[in-house]
Design a protein around this ligand. Structure first.
Ligand code: ZN
Length: 294
């Protein structure tokens, strides 16, 4: 197996502050997708061209995956739960490092009082439950009503193995939370300083998270951007996983414009670890690039 393919990234974490909030980016691992999935409306071979130009392999795209833990002083908030023990169809990458890393950091899962899901995809909800029981038993969980309705119930008889996998992981991880989950129908401040914001398109109820303390802010853009080079350089390209690709493009441009225009640091959960930095707008090209500061 080529060393560039993601399989086991080990335990990784990165600490940062947002104002007085103490944050930890936790690597959950990653997964591999085929290059054409990152530009379904792009000219054939153009995703591979960008990968080649950036010294990346063209056989696959290795996508990293991180969770974000925020200690506000009042609340201990986990944003997304990683892939858990699940493996995407056709892939062999091992993720699910979240729980081991929390233990390594000395953080008791029972102390986490708030879990926010940006959306219902398996790499975001897959570590929420184990064997039908919540992994964060004392936490109030939050997800958009729209994503709960779509991803928490497998309707049966799904021919597409990929969608079947996603719905199976969604149901297995979300249903155990049904008595401790609040369904969000609009932008909402979940705890003081942490606000879920609308970012529809990737999924219909996909949401970002704005973390603010004092004058400092961090914008968690969730899956608005997945492969950071390809999607920032070509913000109008469609991702195979986007449920409404045109809406996803609108949302991508809106969030990136806000972050670059207001100089807000971003957190990209699929960006190279730790996924913290600025997105810089290039007016001539009408696109962005990522400047890591983490
Ligand atoms: Zn994702």
């Amino acid at each position: 197996m080529p060393l560039t393919e993601l399989n086991h990234t080990g335990t990784g974490f990165y600490r940062l502050n947002v104002g007085s909030f103490e944050c930890v980016v936790i690597s959950d691992g990653g997964f591999n997708f085929p290059p054409p999935a990152f530009g379904t409306n792009a000219p054939e071979g153009s995703v591979e061209q960008i990968l080649t130009r950036n010294q990346l392999p063209t056989t696959h795209v290795a996508v990293q995956l991180h969770c974000l833990l925020v200690n506000t002083g009042q609340n201990l908030v986990l944003i997304d739960t990683g892939l858990g023990p699940n493996v995407f169809p056709g892939d062999h990458a091992v993720s699910g490092r979240l729980l081991a890393t929390l233990a390594y950091l000395g953080i008791n899962r029972e102390e986490i009082d708030t879990v926010i899901f940006t959306h219902g995809h398996p790499d975001h909800v897959g570590g929420a439950s184990s064997g039908g029981a919540p992994n964060f038993p004392h936490a109030q969980h939050y997800i958009s009503q729209t994503d709960w309705d779509f991803w928490s119930v497998h309707p049966g008889n799904i021919d597409d193995p990929f969608l079947d996998f996603m719905l199976t992981v969604g149901q297995n991880n979300l249903q155990p939370l049904r008595n401790q989950i609040q369904l969000i129908t609009q932008e909402t401040e979940i705890v003081p300083g942490i606000r879920m914001i609308n970012a529809p398109g990737h999924t219909m109820g996909h949401m970002g998270v704005l973390i603010a303390s004092g004058d400092d802010r961090l914008l968690h853009i969730a899956d608005t951007v997945v492969q950071y080079i390809v999607a920032l350089e070509n913000p109008d390209w469609h991702l195979a996983a986007d449920m409404d690709p045109d809406l996803a493009v609108q949302t991508r441009r809106k969030l990136l414009s806000r972050a670059s225009g207001e100089g807000i640091r971003v957190f990209g959960d699929h960006f190279p670890f730790p996924g913290i930095g600025h997105v810089i707008y290039n007016q001539a090209r009408d696109n962005w690039h990522f400047l890591p500061t983490g």
